[in-house]
Design a protein around this ligand. Sequence first.
Ligand code: C2O
Ligand code: CU
Length: 542
Amino acid sequence: GNVHYYDFVLKEKNFTRLGSTKSILTVNDSFPGPTIRVHGDTAFVTVHNQGRYGVTIHWHGVRQPRDPWSDGPENITQCPIPPGTSFTQKVAFTLEEGTLWWHAHSSWTRATVHGAIVILPAYGIYPFPEPAGQHILIIGEWYKGDVMQIANVAGATGARPSASDAYTINGQPGDFYNFSKENTHRFLVDHGKTYLFRIINAAMNEEMFFGVANHSLILVGIDGSYTKPFNTSFIMITPGQTMDVLVSTNQPKGLYYIAASPFSDGNNRDENSPTTAILEYSENFKPSPSSIPMPVLHTVNDSGTVFNFTRSLRGLASQDHPANVPLNVTRRIYMTVSLNELPCQNPNGTCLGPNGNRSASSLNNISFQIPQIDILQAYYWNISGVFSEDFPDQPPFFYNFTGDTGSNTLIPSTGTRVLMFDYNEVVELVWQGTSVVAAVSHAMHLHGFSFFVVGVGKGNFNNVTDPKSYNLIDPPEINTVCLPENGWLAMRFVANNPGVWYMHCHLERHASSGMDTVLIVRDGYTTQTSMVPPPKYMPPCS
Ligand code: C2O
Ligand code: CU
């Protein structure tokens, strides 16, 4: 493969949305940021931090074999890049093909610091007819306030963080928001062709329904791996996910809305208007754009539709792209995913979360604490007192997780506890949603791997009957998945990537309140199965 070099200059710049101007952190002055375009090669990205605070950058979905040093999550694999300094990261593409993305991975900076990664087919051929053109479509959220301040206020008060003020497509809220109409993003197409849309959900806290008026979609890839072509009128894309969709321009020449609206099944919902862009046919002589058709978007709490959508996803599993689903599991992990409360620890004794407590969240009843220096460094150099190797394979108690409201006072413990794996363990991990405090869906994400989603169901996981319905033939191989509310999801992967890898919900308000942990995969017995040594320079931990 080839080697590409990129410079990412992070600095504050004024942007105007919804009629007001504010300064946001950008990469190379653009929002969304620049696209990385590769062919299964290696990219070296030098990040120059000219902003006001320390930041890190992460390559979402890039497996980074044996090299967690460039992965990026703050205080997990590196300390932040101090203002006025630079850090070069090596991004190595191996098996990924399709669309991924990059984003800041410190506090809430990813709201404005993100962009697409396009990985063209390694051998120049798509497993579907070559599209006539390609478009990148990034769904995001715009906050009128400063995102770092929103995160800090929520952290200090224990309150649920303020919601965004708009959803966006390629940085623009679209026609249904004040002061936005003239900047609505337009995707130009010719009649009678097929286009590949590379769709990224970069929203902070919102799973999204997405559709194109009068046009059907063919889903052909998720998270940098191909899927069996799936014909659908809509997709539901969870934060962190990327979906490759074919759209055929077979409708009368004209204007059509492309739109995204939230999917949220909790009671405590934040909801803005749908964000829109326009599919604009060339030589379109329609005089008045006043009657642009809208796609049919599902209602905000239509969890049945989302459950069926998640269940219908299939990996390509063709001769050229064999599935390689791990069959002989050697390690089983059952992990509850919960919203919780934690006692208020303010000196004045009251917090703004539920019942005067702090809003919190947990995995296996442990609310994760991000340490002061990064776990990778502490692991590599044997620095004690930073983390403990005792994250449990089972929840501390078993009960009816999705029905027993008597357990809703369960207080999690806090700590920096990590899951340890021997090299090449064959892992099955079942995430179990709970109804502690509230039953909502989650955007579960793992760094360093793509995993096979072999099963998904409602209610409590039954380890005798549920595995009988697993799909071990053509499960999708992805890195982020929607765990249904009050449901379970089983995934498999082989722990063949030695290093330190973050696991978390990609809804930012959950990740920043403890719905996260770290997987450490130990070295094998040879240099080829061990972590590479650190680069000469890593940002210092203060
Ligand atoms: Cu999109 Cu921890 O990442
Ligand atoms: Cu979550």
